[in-house]
Design a binder for this molecule. Structure first.
Ligand code: HDE
Length: 769
């Protein structure tokens, strides 16, 4: 029988069902219902076809991708079989010649189990190995048809399923989350015209301008090849050796030394497509476009000391934060922003739009917010989804096209190539997480792990053997159309002089920061360079920085045991370029992190510090108010179980000073109660808790005798003025039965938490935490 190729595919799960009817019958009906897809009556691809022909309707809690994935999802049953479906009678003992004799080679059950185990690792990603991901949806606010014919950007009624993976770059799969690094921000949109991947970072520029240098960059930042040290850190000689010899990296270095590189949460990061792309509309007209993701919760960072400590105390800090927020129903949300530049304005900026080391300041081209993305479902299985997802900047859809950015052009080769070795062959697009939700069909065939069973004798085009009809795909205006750009001959292996300015935007970035953010950048450089053992590397880097800002370079150099920065020495080095361009602005406030977000304290974590004898009545109204405002409180005491309040009530303790130290929280509340305050003041861990929170510039609220704990810092209720972000309810209002006073304290505390951190708090260096 010959018929047109369809998207009908394998039905392995259903077949399994047929082959083990007894097993199926033996499972209780309630369990069967949960064992959805192993025994699905719905062959996966048929369902996929249906999703493909219908435009996906907006749906709550379900979407085309979720439906598709459920066909591949299985729950555990009380029975264990081999992979061939043969029931295993004993999962504890291998087959032996006599109870104390050698194991028999014929034990296919043992062999299968061990063999599968032996092969259960795949290579980790060569970069961005450590990540966490979530499902969600994207919806556009208004039709973007004036600019692009991309299907998912047309109709506000359509929710497009997405899968988003956040990552660090340099560390291995098991490395810590809070290291200083760029974060990946990769979004796969399952659109009705194919998968579109926006594979971005949380920093809008990159270290290098040409893909040719990517392996060198990554080799320099990864652990050094002789001893595989250090893990997930750029603070070592090889990275700074390379970076200091590549002045084009300077702008990105400024960002990487800022708090952007130590985010508080994935949910509190911006995302950027970095490269300039093209939008193409139905008339074939092009606009250049830069993509931005704007987090609803604002952009927030950790303190560096805190980030380092979290790396040891909870290496999964970001992963856990994302997971728990989604489990709690606090769905992270971003708006998609675009900067649109008409085709004929390509050369209007002084810098080159094709240069990935440059931003277009928002003050020059505003970011239009065109839609929003909500992450509302955690993956079912880390490996099957987060690990096997394969992103690729070359996965574009009609209406979105590339530019000649030489970094992007190199990426277009790299991603498929790397999936082939990482995921074991060319059929990785058939893995459930990577499958499109619209029909896909071509005559590619075979290969490792091919799952689709394509019927018939034809696997080529043009053909005439299906239904006896001639078939040819040869031109036409449907489908993906590349923008017919005029190219500039001749073919050369050379960089455009329009890429030669390496410092103007680094300076713009530095000048745009608030005073504390500038200090953090200086401290970041100092720390990293102090880890370089070769003085010449430190010197070269600060010489380069002198071209960004004299004072910055001097401040960085001060504690590094080297000579003062020498801008001339930098300028004399091979590869140095400083062809300054003029930017029409001196500062871009949009480049700052401070004061971003919706001003709420939603999902912030507040520690309520307790010990036997605290006055639980003093904390109740404040706790209620901050929880009502969306923050999450945990009672932290000397041990798990309960503590007895001053009024002899038992107070449940959620965590201990040691198992959830202050770095796990955004703010601390210390209740009243003389006995409780005395107990905490004599407990080193409790004192450390509050000292550390103070040092990390977190909001602290102490009520009544709770102030005693602050007095270890020399802060009493009558200290004037109180340090930024410290709220103290003096003794007369400790009995917060006085609701007005309690409400006022709570509101002050909420306002202090909403500021995220009080980076301008004085003298935190003197705190020995
Ligand atoms: Fe990537 N990058 N990259 N990259 N990249 C990979 O692909 C590469 C670059 C980014 O969560 C790899 O599947 C080259 C810029 C993210 O799975 C690999 C160049 C940006 C992720 C690769 C770049 C990125 C990757 C490794 C320079 C921001 C993780 C595993 C020419 C716009 C995606 C993989 C995920 C992953 C190559 C530069 C972002 C090897 C050659 C610039 C977010 O293909």
């Amino acid at each position: 029988r010959r018929e047109a190729p369809t998207h009908r595919g394998a039905r392995p799960l259903r077949v399994l069902c047929r082959e083990v009817p007894k097993l199926w019958d033996s499972i209780a009906p309630s369990r069967r219902a949960r064992t959805r897809s192993t025994f699905s009556e719905e062959p996966p691809m048929t369902q996929q076809n249906r999703a493909g022909v219908r435009r996906q309707k907006p749906a709550n809690g379900t979407n085309a991708k979720q439906e598709q994935l459920s066909n591949f999802t299985t729950d555990h049953t009380p029975l264990i079989t081999t992979n061939q479906g043969v029931q295993i009678p004993d999962n504890h003992n291998s087959l032996r010649a006599g109870a104390r004799g050698p194991t028999l080679l014929e034990d296919f059950i043992l062999r299968e189990k061990i063999t599968h185990f032996d092969h259960e690792r795949i290579p980790e990603r060569v970069v961005h190995a450590r990540g966490a991901a979530a499902h969600g949806y994207f919806e556009v606010y208004r039709s973007m048809s004036q600019f692009t014919c991309a299907d998912f950007l047309q109709d506000p009624a359509v929710k497009t399923p997405v899968f988003v993976r956040f990552s660090t770059v340099a560390g291995s799969r098991g490395s810590a989350d809070t290291v200083r690094d760029v974060r990946g921000f990769a979004v796969k949109f399952y659109t009705q015209q194919g998968n579109y991947d926006l594979v971005g970072n949380n920093i809008p520029v990159f270290f290098i301008q040409d893909a040719m240098k990517f392996p060198d960059l990554i080799h320099s930042v990864k652990p050094e090849p002789n001893n595989e040290i250090p893990q997930a850190a750029s603070a070592h000689d090889t990275f700074w050796d390379f970076a200091s010899l590549m002045p084009e990296s300077t702008h990105m270095l400024m960002w990487a030394m800022s708090d952007r590189a130590i985010p508080r949460s994935f949910r509190m990061m911006e995302g950027f497509g970095i490269h300039t792309f093209r939008f193409i509309n139905a008339r074939g007209e092009s606009h250049f476009v830069k993509f931005h993701w704007k987090p609803k919760l604002g952009i927030h960072g950790l303190a560096w000391d805190e980030a380092q400590k979290i790396a040891g105390k909870d290496a999964d800090f970001h992963r856990r934060d994302l997971w728990e927020a989604i489990e709690n129903g606090d769905f992270p949300e971003w708006e998609l922003g675009v900067q649109l530049i008409p085709n004929d304005k390509e050369h209007a900026f002084g810098f080159d739009l094709l240069d990935p080391t440059k931003v277009i300041p928002e003050e020059m081209v505003p970011v239009q917010r065109i839609g929003r993305m909500v992450l509302n479902r955690n993956p079912e299985n880390f490996f099957a989804e987060t690990e096997q997802v394969a992103f690729h900047p070359g996965h574009v859809v009609p209406g979105i096209d590339f530019t000649n950015d030489p970094l992007l052009q190199g990426r277009l080769f790299s991603y498929t190539d790397t999936q082939i070795s990482r995921l074991g062959g060319a059929n990785f697009h058939e893995l459930p997480i990577n499958r499109g939700v619209c029909p896909f069909h071509n005559f590619q065939r075979d290969g490792m792990h091919r799952m689709t069973i394509a019927r018939g004798q034809v696997a080529y085009e043009p053909h005439s053997l299906i239904d006896g009809k001639d078939f040819r795909v040869d031109g036409g205006s449907a489908g993906f159309q590349s923008f017919p750009e005029d190219l500039e001959p001749p073919k050369v292996r050379r960089r455009s002089p329009s890429f030669d300015d390496h410092f103007t935007q680094a300076r713009l970035f530095f000048n745009s920061q608030s005073a504390p953010e500038k200090e953090h950048i200086i401290a970041g450089f100092r720390f990293e360079l102090s880890k370089c053992e070769v003085p010449a590397v430190r010197q070269r880097m600060v010489d380069n920085l002198a071209h960004v800002d004299e004072k910055l370079a001097r401040r960085v150099a001060e504690p590094l045991g080297i000579n003062p920065p020498d801008a001339k020495a930098a300028a004399g080095r091979a590869g140095f370029r400083d062809h300054r361009i003029t930017m029409p602005i001196e500062e871009s406030p949009a480049l700052r992190m401070v004061d971003t977000g919706d001003g709420s304290i939603k999902t912030r974590k507040i520690a309520i510090l307790v010990a036997d004898g605290v006055d639980s009545a003093s904390l109740r109204p404040i706790r209620e108010a901050i929880e009502k405002a969306g923050a999450q409180c945990k009672v932290v005491g000397p041990q798990l179980g309960t503590v007895a309040s001053a009024s002899k009530r038992q107070l449940d303790v959620d965590a201990t000073y040691v198992n959830m130290p202050s770095v796990m929280f955004d703010a601390v509340l210390v209740p009243a109660g003389a006995q409780g305050a005395a107990a905490m003041s004599s407990n080193g861990d409790a004192v450390h808790f509050v000292l550390e929170a103070y040092k990390h510039c977190k909001a602290i609220c102490a009520v009544g005798e709770g102030v005693q704990l602050l007095s270890t810092l020399g802060i009493g209720a009558d200290t004037k003025p109180l340090p930024a972000g410290v709220i103290v309810a003096p003794t007369p209002v400790t009995n917060l039965g006085d609701t007005t006073a309690a409400t006022q304290i709570a509101q002050e505390f909420i306002a202090a938490i909403a500021k995220h951190r009080h980076w301008d708090r004085a003298n935190v260096e003197s705190v020995p935490a």
